[in-house]
Design a protein around this ligand. Structure first.
Ligand code: 4AD
Ligand code: MG
Length: 430
């Protein structure tokens, strides 16, 4: 008999098939027994009915508990009353295991309890919806860059130097040297962009962020495009297109999951290009008007980002930050060298920064000076400096954080549910 997945059930109307899965729930009504079975691709109702109360499968049915693993065979029937329009009239059941005392019952559980059981929590409907949307977002991003001729260039995870400041490095041994887990593929992207014109990397990045917020993970995934000869405005334009493409593809392909999450997609559908773009100076003024205590020169924290994103319906781009609060590689503004040509894109609906990027320094002397100013060990950056010696050009790029994007699109309170196994402050189990 043919083993099929529940998601393809509609193709097998009135045929006999085999389903392999887990018991989601069960109930009886008169002479019928219902088993809700999930197989990872969907849930189907399997039925056993008998004229008398003695169907041979009834005894097996009585043994079934939540998450018991089973193999069922039966005929696919169209039935308007069934949860997804089809049910399986079974005549064969093999029990692989009866699960005893599955800890996640249909009652409410606290989040710490669920996080402790993350390996099992992944089986629940809402987590399923979130992670399916995550997979679609990743797919949409790859489609977007591949479709525009960007070359995927994987960057190393083990690195000898810091990209985003030395305070959040995870250090490890690399034989007799020290190495760090990468904070960003950007520096290597700059080299591959000079080799291939336009590139992107997509991988896990690591930051020992000592902040416990709903936006920070210690390990998160970032997609980072880098484009030779691109200026700040070019990269903002690219970021806008990327975000619009993600929204469009998720709304088109994940309606079912968005419904499960009760996500009202109107605010996402209303997002249009160009996004409002304001300078850091003006952002600070706006924030002060709204009651924030921020002073010129301060970096935005989560409260400021939330405030800003509540002022606009669209995501908003903030540019021209004080150089002091940004990384060493950022290109200074010609007119105001105390400012840099960086951009943060703040998502709408209170979600905060999802993109960080900008234009990079391409002048050799200036870069050498910055490396000194930021107290970085020059030896580790020689190769990076080389890029400014051999055909240097203006270039720009950015990084988009996957987990924050998923949290926004799904409208979740916390990024911890946007990745199968989140790495949180001081917590690495399961
Ligand atoms: O603004 P960030 O630090 O930028 C960079 O790393 C650049 N080198 C990227 C580039 O230009 N190629 O980080 C980029 C994005 C943030 O906007 C945010 O979405 C995400 O990465 N991010 C985090 N997400 C979850 N947890 C954390 N601790 C994050 N830190 C940054
Ligand atoms: Mg940033």
């Amino acid at each position: 008999m043919k083993w099929i997945y529940i998601e393809e059930i509609a193709n097998y109307k009135d045929q006999d098939v085999e389903i392999r899965g887990w018991v989601y729930n069960k109930r009886s009504s008169g002479k019928v027994r219902f088993i809700l079975v999930r197989d990872g691709t969907g849930i189907i109702q399997a039925t056993i009915s008998s004229e008398k109360n003695d169907h041979p499968l009834f005894k097996k049915f009585d043994l079934l508990t939540q998450e018991s693993s089973i193999i069922l065979r039966g005929r696919v029937r169209e039935d308007k009353r069934a949860p997804n329009g089809y049910e399986l009239n079974i005549d064969h059941m093999e029990i692989i295991q009866i699960a005893k005392d599955y800890p996640i019952t249909p009652k409410e559980h606290s989040t710490p309890f669920l996080m402790e059981h993350r390996h099992l929590w992944l089986r629940s409907k809402k987590q399923h919806a979130v992670l399916q949307i995550r997979a679609e977002i990743i797919k949409s991003i790859r489609d977007f860059f591949d479709g525009r001729g960007f070359l995927l260039m994987d960057t190393p995870v083990l690195t000898p130097s810091a990209c985003e400041g030395t305070t959040t490095l995870f250090e490890t041994k690399y034989f007799d040297q020290n190495a760090y887990l990468t904070q960003s593929g950007q520096l290597y992207n700059e080299a591959t962009a000079m080799a291939f014109g336009k590139v992107y990397c997509f991988g896990p990045t690591f930051r020992a962020e000592k902040s416990k917020t709903r936006r920070h993970l210690m390990e998160f995934w970032m997609v980072e495009p880098e484009v030779a000869f691109a200026y700040l405005k070019d990269i903002i334009d690219l970021g806008e297109d990327l975000i619009l493409n993600i929204i469009e593809q998720v709304i088109k392909n994940n309606q079912k999951q968005l419904d499960i999450l009760e996500r009202d997609t109107k605010p996402l559908e209303n997002i249009k290009k160009p996004f409002p773009c304001i300078r850091y100076d003006d952002a600070v003024k706006l924030l002060k008007e709204k009651g924030s205590k921020i002073q010129w020169g301060d970096d935005f924290g989560s409260p400021e980002e939330t405030l800003l994103s509540q002022i606009f319906d669209n995501p908003v781009c903030v540019t021209h930050f004080p150089a002091k609060i940004k990384a060493f590689y950022m290109q200074p503004d010609d007119e105001r060298p105390d400012l840099v040509l960086g951009v943060d894109v703040i998502a709408s609906e209170g979600y905060g920064e999802i993109i960080g990027g900008g234009q990079r320094i391409y002048d050799l002397k200036l870069l050498e000076q910055k490396i000194k100013e930021y107290n970085l060990p020059r030896e580790a950056y020689e190769w990076y400096i080389d890029l400014r010696k051999y055909g240097t050009v203006p270039h720009s790029g950015f990084g988009l954080g996957i987990e924050r994007t998923v949290a926004w699109i799904c409208k979740l309170k916390h990024v911890r549910e946007t990745i199968p196994f989140p790495r949180l402050l001081y917590k690495i189990y399961p």
